[in-house]
Design a protein around this ligand. Structure first.
Ligand code: CA
Length: 342
């Protein structure tokens, strides 16, 4: 605890500089657990290595109103109303709402009012500034100091790139949960046969972001598919009673009660944990680009060891391809189940 406390403050101990915290913006298509964004935020709030400088919302799993309502309520439950929330875009840059979007997973296109979160709607409010404006302003004010964890469609990040010409070169690092690399084991899509959901919702934004030159770590389905949140993990998390674990128990307990073998993959949680401890994943550099043609592979992330015809202008990024699942789960459950601290 002494070591962590010193790290948390970025302090000097006996004249030796210890690592400073990651100053982090979290960009999320948020919903409360059992959705992975909710579990990832619970992990982040309880990780002293992370200094969350703001949360920005985007439409994805549900619409923007649901993301806003749920994340504001989660911060109240966690007692972290000091963290400001900035509302993002309610629709992708170009993706049309077609019959496939309406009938398959994801309510990004919906105008449904958000359901009441546990304990009622939050009393705290969104900030006036838009997500893209906040991201661009904050990052360019502290060049190469701010990291971004993007765990939804990349619309806000693409808009920040378009709004401010010095933004991309000012980002310290961008960790993305998204994509699926077919040329690596456990690839293949989940929104379509080839496309992963976050990238598929806004392929045009993802292509802008991946080609921007921002230092990127991609956490694709290839690693998500090697993980699962199971009954054992739930039991470990709720063994300690905190406002967060009680909420997780109320949200997820009934689901596991109906099916003890329920074991959803972990997506955004892996991306968040890989910032706290990069050694839990194996990473390789690849050229990665996004297919934004409205054809059978719309939204596919294609990765290769070198540039290939048609990918001119694509960039080399870090791609996670394997995970030490036992160490990840230990870190994840320990963090979520410990008492909340600021
Ligand atoms: Ca997400």
């Amino acid at each position: 605890m002494v070591v962590l406390g010193a790290m948390a403050l970025g302090a000097t101990v006996l004249g030796a500089q210890v690592p400073s915290r990651h100053r982090l913006i979290i960009d999320t298509d948020f919903a409360l657990p059992p959705q992975d964004d909710g579990l990832a935020l619970a992990f982040a709030l309880n990780s002293p290595e992370l200094d969350i400088v703001g949360i920005t919302t985007v439409a994805g799993n549900y619409n923007l109103a649901r993301a806003n309502a749920d994340v504001l309520r989660m911060l109240e439950i966690a007692g972290r109303t000091d963290i400001k929330v900035y509302g993002g875009t309610s629709k992708p840059l170009n993706h049309p709402v077609d019959e496939y979007a309406r009938t398959h997973y994801g309510k990004w296109w919906s105008a449904d009012p958000p359901p009441m979160p546990p304990g009622g709607f939050a009393r705290i409010m969104l900030q006036q500034e838009s997500a893209a404006d906040f991201i661009a302003r904050t990052v360019t004010a502290s060049p190469r100091q701010i990291e971004i964890l993007a765990i939804g469609p990349l619309t806000n990040i693409a808009l920040a790139i378009q709004k401010n010409s010095s933004f991309a070169s000012s980002v310290k690092r961008l960790t993305i949960m998204g994509g699926a690399i077919a040329s690596l084991p456990d690839g293949g899509g989940n929104a379509t046969p080839n496309a992963e959901f976050n990238i598929w919702v806004d392929p045009e934004a993802a292509r802008i972001v991946l080609r921007s030159g921002i230092p990127i770590a991609l956490s694709p389905l290839n690693v998500s598919r090697k993980t699962a949140f199971d009954k054992q993990a739930l039991d470990a998390v709720v063994a300690t009673k905190t406002p967060i674990t009680r909420m997780i128990e109320s949200q997820m307990g009934p689901r596991f009660a109906r099916d003890a073998n329920f074991h959803p993959h972990m997506y955004d949680e892996v991306a968040a944990a890989s910032i706290v401890d990069p050694t839990i994943v194996k990473t390789r550099t690849m050229v990665v680009d996004v297919d934004d043609h409205h054809g059978i592979s719309y939204g596919e992330t294609v990765g290769g060891d070198d540039l290939w015809p048609g990918a001119e202008g694509a960039r080399r990024i870090d791609v996670q391809y394997d995970i030490d699942n036992a160490r990840f789960m230990k870190l994840f459950t320990e963090r979520i189940s410990k008492p909340l601290s600021q």
